[in-house]
Design a binder for this molecule. Structure first.
Ligand code: DGT
Ligand code: CA
Ligand code: CA
Length: 576
């Protein structure tokens, strides 16, 4: 039974929640949280690696005990200590924890102040406006809790693209191995590369005699069957993810793939275009009257309405039909075009690997240059480099460059942009580097005007190369900062300095809409991994996916440039 990273991570998070509900030791709880984060963001499936002899205790932050739990889960699909914890915590409390605004600390506070142990208790307390009086709660949180209680159940269960990817790959492999199946593709929002995915849509080409539906129901991750039929099936996997499968003859594969890839708005516009030419488009093909004139490939579908191929990432009804008709579709950037990465950490700050190991991993990932950008020291940072620490790293990088072939290391820093727009390190230090990456890590809630001025002031500093994860959002966890992006992008283009598209699965920041706007303003984009571990260079692929959704070509991206040109461009970001 394949166990996915996401399921192992969810089990560890649940253990952490349940442990903190019972007031367990903070270190143990944090160890589970860290392990959950590590496993969730691993680029490959852990179960597959363990099957080939990999020992999970080699992962950062995972010791013998947690490694044993991972092995148990992978081998049996169960985690007995989680099951034990679940038995010891009442269902009512676990329901409370499932609300978006309630973590273990708040659940405990509600229990200790008001004896709340279930959703029914919470509803009762809300009705009497008692929640606002619980220490640290207040009227606003009371209102939020009322809302989450009302919308419970309607909440969409979208998952990060990277999580959906694990499920999509195994399912695709499984369906493709069914005898008689000619082709399988994962369509829908997954194929369009959206940052989150609601459900998976698969399209299968197979002759009528092949019972894909029965084989799908036999897939051992299936928890329930929603719909079953010869051409369409819908199931829910154990993880809660829904899967829709459509089976068509090979002659219709392109049309079905096109339809299922969507987006819906894109499909509707295509159909309207076709109708204007006296044609009909559906999931079986393109028809003139009753004659099918296209449908085996997506190219044939588009050619039938007189258009060139449109990449899935562009199919959002954001002007792609006009661009296609005018012959002005962008040649979207590809991963192979990236030559380097301008944002990465080592264990000098919050990374887990040494400078040398990070550089070798980047080289193995095919990069020709890597900027090391560890954190500056600022108020509240656990590890951060001060001027002395940074000087020491500069010397280490010089020495490493002397003895390293095949990749060049650039000297950088990820410096904090303080509330007033100044930077957390003095210019005298920043000027010694090859690039300065600046980022907002605090004061996320400033009003728009203040936030905009803060960023503009930071961009005006003499040493400022790249604005990292500009909106500072964390998908599903922290909203983007409020800012007049038009002004920031224009200033970046004039200055010039660059804007980052951070490839971390939880960031993907700038998002597709903003990145497109930024590039249209003339600012260069840096697609960055923000790697903290040697595995993390794979995050560049997520950045490329988002960049493609933003219509970006290779020339819009700074780090598609060869080293010499990159250096020349970087020097222009230093005004002194
Ligand atoms: P998701 O699952 O919410 O992340 O987003 P999608 O885009 O995967 O949406 P989904 O799974 O509901 O449907 C898959 C594709 O099927 C969608 O992208 C386009 C197509 N589709 C669904 N409903 C309609 C419809 O009413 N009209 C048309 N023309 N296409 C539709
Ligand atoms: Ca979908
Ligand atoms: Ca669907």
């Amino acid at each position: 039974m394949p166990v996915h990273n996401d399921e192992i991570a969810a089990a560890f998070d649940e253990i952490a929640d349940l442990l903190s509900l019972s007031g367990e030791n903070q270190f143990r709880i944090r160890a589970y949280r860290r392990a959950a984060r590590t496993v969730r963001t691993l680029p490959g499936e852990l179960a597959a690696q363990i099957a080939t002899g990999f020992d999970p205790d080699r992962l950062p932050g995972i010791g013998t005990d947690l490694a044993g739990k991972i092995r148990e889960f992978v081998a049996t699909g169960r985690c007995r200590s989680l099951e034990g914890l679940r038995r010891s915590v009442p269902q009512g409390l676990r329901d409370l924890l499932a609300l978006p605004d309630v973590g273990p600390q708040r659940a405990r506070a509600l229990y200790e102040a008001l004896g709340i142990r279930s959703l029914a208790d919470l509803r009762e307390a809300l009705a009497h406006q008692r929640i606002r009086r619980v220490p640290h709660f207040g009227v606003r949180l009371e209102e939020r809790l009322r809302k989450s209680l009302e919308t419970r159940g309607e909440r969409s269960h979208r998952v990060a693209w990277s999580v959906a990817d694990g499920y999509a790959r195994s399912l695709r492999r499984y369906l493709a191995a069914i005898p008689g199946v000619a082709q399988v593709e994962v369509a829908g929002s997954y194929r369009r590369g959206r940052e989150t995915v609601g459900d998976l849509d698969l399209v299968v080409a197979a002759p009528a005699g092949v019972d894909v539906d029965r084989r799908l129901r036999d897939y051992d991750e299936v928890a329930s069957v929603l719909a079953s039929g010869r051409t369409r099936s819908s199931v829910v996997l154990r993880s809660g993810l829904q899967v829709d499968v459509r089976v068509v003859p090979t002659a219709s594969f392109g049309a079905a793939l096109y339809y299922s890839t969507g987006s819906k708005a894109h499909n509707i516009r295509l159909r309207t275009l076709a109708v204007a030419q006296g044609l009909k488009v559906n999931e079986y093909g393109v028809y003139r009257g009753r004659t099918r004139i296209a449908g085996e490939t997506e190219e044939s579908v588009l050619a039938a309405v007189g258009l060139p191929y449109i990449e899935p990432e562009l199919r959002e009804d954001r002007g792609e039909f006009d661009a296609a008709a005018a012959g002005r579709l962008p040649a979207l950037v590809t991963f192979a075009q990236l030559r380097g990465d301008l944002h990465a950490h080592t264990r000098a700050t919050d990374g887990t690997a040494s400078l040398e190991d990070m550089v070798q991993a980047a080289r193995r990932a095919g990069l020709r240059y890597l900027a090391i950008t560890d954190h500056s020291k600022y108020l509240g940072a656990v590890h951060g480099l001060d001027a002395t620490g940074l000087s020491r790293q500069i010397d280490q990088i010089d020495a490493l460059n002397e003895r390293t072939r095949g990749i060049r290391v650039l000297k950088g820093v990820e410096v904090d942009i303080l509330e007033d727009g100044s930077l957390a390190l003095p210019d005298a230090v920043l000027g010694r580097l090859d690039l300065v990456v600046g980022a907002v890590h605090s004061q996320f809630a400033l009003p728009r005007k203040k936030q905009t001025e803060r960023l503009l002031r930071a961009l005006d500093r003499p040493y400022f190369s790249v604005l990292a994860h500009p909106a500072a959002r964390l998908i599903d966890q922290r909203a983007p900062i409020d800012c007049d992006w038009g002004r920031v992008f224009r200033r970046a283009a004039e200055r010039p300095c660059w804007l980052e598209l951070n490839g971390q699965p939880a960031r993907l920041d700038l998002d597709d809409v903003l990145a497109r706007e930024a590039a249209a303003s003339g600012a260069l984009i840096s697609i960055a991994s923000d790697a903290h571990r040697i595995e993390d260079f794979a995050f560049l692929e997520g950045g490329v996916r988002q960049a493609r959704r933003a219509w970006l070509t290779g020339s819009a991206i700074a780090n598609t440039r060869p080293l010499g040109e990159l250096r020349r461009l970087l020097r222009r970001t230093f005004l002194k």
